[in-house]
Design a protein around this ligand. Structure first.
Ligand code: PLP
Length: 442
C-alpha cells in the first residue's frame, strides 16, 4: 500500500522528484496522544497531527457524532439551506469570540478562512468606494496558507519560490523574532523597533492604501516566534489609528492551544476586527474552518441589494457533519475543562522546555508559549557546521523517532504542539526522549 502512495500521491510540500521514490510512514491507529505505525511501533505525536489534534485520537464520541449527523443529514447546500449544527455552531463561535465578533462565515480549512478574511476586507473597501485601499501588511516568516491569496501573505522564504503571487496586494514587515535581536537590546527596545518598522511601512505605502494587517498571535510555522510583550496591543492601536483592520490568524492558536478559546483577547489583550480559525475547531477529526467578522466590519460591508452580495463561499461551507464534529469537540473540551488543564500544565511544559535550552549547548533558543514549543539550533560560523546547523530539525526528528517521539522539523528548528490532553507524566516522557536525542546529537 505504501508503494501505491509512493507512486501516485503528491503530498503537500513534497518534492515532485519524490513521486515514485519517497515512502511515507503509514499510521494505522491513534489513541490519546499516541500513534501506531503499520509495524505496530508507538509514537508520541509531538506535532499533534498538524497542530490540530487537541482532544487526542480515538474519541468514540466524535465518531458517533459524525456518524449520527451523516445518517440524519450529510449535506445541506449553504446557498439555500442551513442545518441545525451550522446554526448552533455559528452562535457558539460568536459567543466564544471576543468583543463584537458576531458573524461567522464557514470555510473548509485555514487557508480558505484567511482567503475569506482578505476578500471580506477587499469587498468592504470596494463597497465603501475606496478600491485603492487594498494592500495587506504581513510579516516575514508568517504562514497563512496555500490558496493564492493566503499564500501571497505568507512570508516564509521558501514558499515564495516557483509560484506567482498577488505581490501588489502585500507588503511585508521585517522579522519580529526576538532571538534575532542585537545582544544588547532589551525586549522593550525590540518591541519599539518593531513598531517603528510598522510605522515606517505605513508611511512608505500610505495608510490610504493599506486595508489590513494580518498576524498570527504567535508565528507558528515560522518557528514559534513569540512577540515581545505589548506587541499585539500596540500594533492594533497603530492599525486603528490609521483606519487599518487587524486580522488575527488563530488557525493554530485557537481552541485551547494557549489555554483559551482564542489567544487574541485573554492572552494578548486585543479584540481584532477579524479572526480566522480551523484545525483545533474539530480537533482534526474532519475539515472545517471559520472566518469571524466584527459588527463594525459587517456594518461596513452592508450596502443595497445591488452591491452587498458577498460572492464568496464553498460547496462545503457550514458542512453539517463538520459542524456537528466541531460542536462535539467543543462539548468535550468544556466537559473535561481542557482549557483549565492547559493553563495548569503549561508552566510545567514550558519549564521542561527552557531547561533543555540551559542544558544543551547545541540549542541556541528553547522557546514557546502555551503548548507550543521550538528548539532552535545555535548558529555556527563556518560553512561546514552551518550546513549541519540547517539540518538540526531533521536530525533531531530522526533520532527521536527511533525512540518513539515525532517532531516537526523546520530546517534549523524542531517544533512541537502535542495534543492538549497531555498529562505531566507524558510531558516528561516527551522531553526525556528529546533530551536523549539531543545527547546523541551533541
Ligand atoms: N494560518 C495559519 C496560521 C496556519 O498555521 C495554517 C496552517 O498551518 C493555515 C493558516 C492554513 O490552514 P489549512 O492548512 O487548514 O488551509
Amino acid at each position: 500500500m505504501t508503494r501505491w502512495d509512493r507512486d501516485h500521491h503528491l503530498h503537500p510540500w513534497a518534492g515532485v522528484e519524490g513521486v515514485g521514490k519517497d515512502e511515507y510512514m503509514r499510521v494505522n491507529t491513534g489513541e490519546g496522544i499516541y500513534l501506531w505505525d503499520s509495524a505496530g511501533k508507538r509514537y508520541i505525536d509531538g506535532p499533534g497531527g498538524m497542530w490540530c489534534v487537541q482532544i487526542g485520537y480515538g474519541r468514540e464520541e466524535m465518531a458517533k457524532a459524525i456518524a449520527e449527523q451523516t445518517m440524519q443529514m450529510p449535506y445541506a447546500s449553504p446557498w439555500s439551506f442551513t442545518s441545525e449544527p451550522a446554526a448552533v455552531l455559528a452562535r457558539k463561535l460568536a459567543e466564544m469570540a471576543p468583543g463584537d465578533l458576531n458573524t461567522v462565515h464557514f470555510t473548509t480549512g485555514g487557508s480558505t478562512a484567511v482567503d475569506t478574511a482578505l476578500r471580506a476586507v477587499q469587498f468592504m473597501n470596494n463597497r465603501l468606494g475606496r478600491p485603492e485601499k487594498k494592500i495587506i501588511l504581513s510579516r516575514e516568516k508568517a504562514y497563512h496558507g496555500s490558496t493564492y491569496l493566503a499564500s501571497t501573505m505568507t512570508g516564509k522564504e521558501r514558499f515564495k519560490t516557483q509560484f506567482d503571487k498577488a505581490d501588489d496586494l502585500v507588503h511585508f514587515l521585517p522579522d519580529i523574532n526576538p532571538y534575532g535581536r542585537p545582544e544588547d537590546m532589551s525586549l522593550e527596545d525590540w518591541c519599539d523597533a518593531k513598531l517603528a518598522d510598522m510605522e515606517a511601512a505605513i508611511a512608505e505605502v500610505g495608510a490610504d492604501k493599506i486595508a489590513a494587517f494580518i498576524a498570527e498571535p504567535i508565528l507558528c510555522s515560522g518557528g514559534i516566534i513569540v512577540p515581545p510583550p505589548g506587541y499585539h496591543k500596540r500594533t492594533l492601536d497603530l492599525c486603528h489609528k490609521h483606519d487599518i483592520l487587524y486580522i488575527s490568524d488563530e488557525v493554530v492558536t485557537g481552541f485551547g492551544r494557549m489555554g483559551h478559546w482564542f489567544a487574541s483577547e485573554p492572552v494578548f489583550d486585543i479584540v481584532p476586527d477579524i479572526i480566522t480559525c480551523a484545525k483545533g475547531l474539530t480537533s482534526g477529526y474532519i475539515p472545517l474552518g471559520a472566518c469571524i467578522l466584527s459588527d463594525r466590519v459587517v456594518d461596513q460591508m452592508r450596502g443595497n441589494a445591488e452591491n452587498d452580495t458577498f460572492y464568496n463561499g464553498y460547496t462545503y461551507s457550514g458542512h453539517p457533519v463538520g459542524c456537528a464534529a466541531a460542536l462535539k469537540n467543543i462539548e468535550i473540551m468544556e466537559r473535561e475543562d481542557i482549557l483549565g488543564h492547559v493553563q495548569r500544565i503549561t508552566p510545567y511544559f514550558q519549564g521542561r522546555l527552557r531547561a533543555i535550552g540551559e542544558k544543551f549547548d547545541i540549542v541556541g533558543d528553547a522557546r514557546g508559549m502555551g503548548l507550543l514549543g521550538c528548539l532552535e539550533c545555535r548558529p555556527e560560523l563556518s560553512d561546514e557546521t552551518y550546513a549541519a546547523h540547517l539540518q538540526f530539525g531533521n536530525k533531531l526528528d530522526a533520532v527521536c523517532e527511533e525512540m518513539g517521539l515525532l517532531l516537526r522539523p523546520f530546517g534549523n528548528m524542531a517544533v512541537f504542539s502535542p495534543p492538549l490532553i497531555m498529562t505531566e507524566a507524558q510531558i516528561d516522557e516527551m522531553f526525556d526522549i528529546m533530551e536523549a536525542g539531543l545527547t546523541r546529537l551533541s
